[in-house]
Design a protein around this ligand. Structure first.
Ligand code: NAP
Ligand code: G4F
Length: 334
């Protein structure tokens, strides 16, 4: 019997980490995930994959750790010797990064170096995926692709630019298979509850149930290119299976405003969003990214990757899931 391929995922408890773990398990990988110790339960998105690792066929193993802890990253890479490392951990909220810029620089920026250094000293043949982002393009006008200059507009975007370049540098300096996925916004029923799409779809479900009557929001004019998260984690995996290490944009190429997403979500249940949405300046950012629209033609050509779920359908998937949740559907279903 051949040995299972082994992967390490940081950020396994997050939206993308949970889909990545699921997809790798389905492909027969032995999956190791990094989790932070927390006083409250933070494994809701992976509980259905892990609830008892002693059961036969359970191949997801969790390890305590924090990506800012260089010694622990070295120890884990050295003990596990994975074939692939997916670095998905980050303080990933743009608005929060203005409140916690220094923390974000460490958790979203420098921590990437901790993993790259661990790989460099343990085994340079380990393949490394870095969760880069369209936020790095920031104020550069669309459409944005792999050649678009970076112009980050937040401490989060600036930290991710560091991670992007240190990943490229290790690829070039040490001949490592270390790549950046420059991913545009991707959402799902597992999206964090304070990101705009999920905030909207939860509100729609609550309003239908009579549990909420107002939705307080910030800038509704921003344009985003929203895709469906499971398709994007598949794209990450494809990047690490390629013959040569390269960076790729993943996006749908569509452009909708927050207003448009509000309309898709509310109209799905027969409501008019304008009757519920109110403005609160606390949701504005000191500097905004006005327009992100990706060009993923390189990924289509070289990886055979293409987004198929577009924002109108995505909004329906997310509203339906939040309605089902309120109706008592188990978390593992989504
Ligand atoms: P997410 O849901 O916010 O998940 C972030 C994950 O990182 C969580 O598992 C979190 O653990 C973990 N984490 C945070 N700080 C950590 C630390 N110091 N040590 C260890 N783990 C830590 O994010 P996501 O949407 O899945 O995104 C995954 C990655 O892709 C992130 O790096 C994000 O910046 C990037 N990205 C996301 C998008 C998008 O649209 N979703 C687009 C481009 C790039 P807890 O559960 O304990 O908080
Ligand atoms: O959903 P958001 O918070 O996502 P944002 O800032 O685009 O960042 C997400 O996508 C990035 C990829 O481009 C990732 F790298 C990052 O980790 C994260 O996943 O906000 C989207 C837009 C912004 O323009 C924001 O100003 O929605 C606007 N918005 C308006 N009202 C709001 C709100 N955003 C939030 N979170 N909450 C609001 O009430």
């Amino acid at each position: 019997m051949t040995e299972a391929r082994r992967a390490l995922i940081t950020g396994v408890t997050g939206q993308d980490g949970s889909y990545m773990a699921q997809q790798l398990l389905d492909k027969g990988y032995e999956v190791h995930g990094l989790v932070r110790r927390s006083s409250t339960f933070n494994r809701g998105r992976i509980d259905h994959l892990h609830h008892d690792e002693h059961l036969p066929g359970k191949n997801l193993h969790l390890h305590y750790g924090d990506v800012t802890d260089a010694a622990r990253m070295h120890q884990l890479v050295s003990e596990l010797r994975p074939l692939e490392v997916y670095n998905l951990a980050a303080q990933s909220h743009v608005r929060v990064s203005f409140d916690e810029p220094l923390y974000t620089a460490g958790a979203t920026g420098i921590s990437t170096l901790n993993l790259l250094e661990a790989i460099r000293s343990v085994d340079t043949s380990i393949r490394f995926y870095q969760a880069s982002t369209s936020e790095m393009f920031g104020a550069s006008p669309p459409p944005q692709n792999e050649d678009t200059p970076f112009y980050p507009r937040s401490p989060y975007g600036a930290a991710k630019v560091y991670s992007y370049w240190i990943t490229r540098n290790y690829r070039e300096a040490y001949d490592m298979f270390a790549v950046n996925g420059q991913l545009f916004n991707h959402e799902s029923p597992r999206r964090g509850e304070t990101f705009v799409t999920r905030k909207i779809t939860i509100a729609v479900a609550n309003i239908v149930q009579g549990e909420q009557s107002e939705l307080w929001m910030g800038n509704l004019d921003a344009v985003r290119d929203w895709g469906y998260a499971p398709e994007y984690t598949d794209g990450m995996w494809r990047m690490l299976q390629a013959d040569v290490p390269e960076d790729f944009v993943l996006a749908t190429g569509t452009a909708y405003t927050i207003r448009d997403f509000l309309a898709f979500a509310f109209e799905h249940v027969g409501l008019d969003w304008q009757e519920y949405v109110k403005f609160d300046a606390k949701f504005l950012r000191p500097t905004e990214v006005d327009e992100l629209i990706g060009d993923a033609s390189k990924a289509k050509q070289r990886l055979g990757w293409e987004a198929t779920v577009l924002p109108p359908e995505l909004a329906k998937i997310m509203v339906d899931a939040d309605m089902a949740r309120l109706g008592g559907a188990p978390e593992g279903q989504f």
